[in-house]
Design a protein. Structure first.
Length: 173
């Protein structure tokens, strides 16, 4: 518990835009979650720990803080912090460029799992290959594209729309 605030402060202080008046001042015990399956592939097994706490400014203001730290063995593989309602995490895109929508990674994974090449997806959906490539790189689909892609992935349109962030999931009773 005593090593965590200095560790988090060092990570945050290295961000060029971070206001150095703010420091992690308190942490609580973490909640670990093991992921991966050591029987199948120990290389993909890692531990992710959520650590709640607070950050405080030099003027006494305090905000809630939660860090998610992922590691395998003694190697840090993921760091994400949430301060109040702002999430701070590693960038995927280079500096000065907007971050890709996570739909691209999900679409790529679903296509790969089903063995659907880009050309086949494009032809079956009636879309250009360049459109499929754009979606896989992180452009968010429109409603028509989500509908066409859902059919080919053998998923409901509602599920694909939720993954794409095009609608809010509503559960009926």
């Amino acid at each position: 518990m005593t090593v965590l605030p200095p560790f988090f402060n060092e990570v945050l202080q290295n961000l060029p835009w971070w206001n150095r008046d703010w420091k992690v001042d308190r942490v609580q015990p973490g909640r670990p979650a093991e992921t991966g399956d050591h029987r199948c592939d120990p290389a993909v097994r890692f531990t992710e720990v959520s650590i709640p706490g607070t950050v405080a400014s030099g003027n006494g203001e305090s905000l809630p803080f939660v860090a998610k730290v992922g590691f395998t063995g003694d190697r840090l593989i993921r760091f994400q912090a949430k301060i109040d309602d702002v999430v701070i995490g590693p960038a995927v895109a280079p500096a000065g460029r907007s971050e890709p929508h996570p739909f691209g990674r999900m679409l790529t994974g679903l296509m790969d799992l089903r063995g659907i090449p880009v050309r086949e997806m494009a032809r079956a959906a009636g879309l250009s290959m360049s459109t499929i490539h754009m979606l896989r790189r992180g452009h968010n689909p429109n409603l028509l594209q989500a509908r066409l892609i859902a059919r080919i992935l053998d998923m409901s349109e509602a599920d694909v729309r939720v993954i794409a962030g095009l609608t809010t999931a509503v559960r009926s009773s």
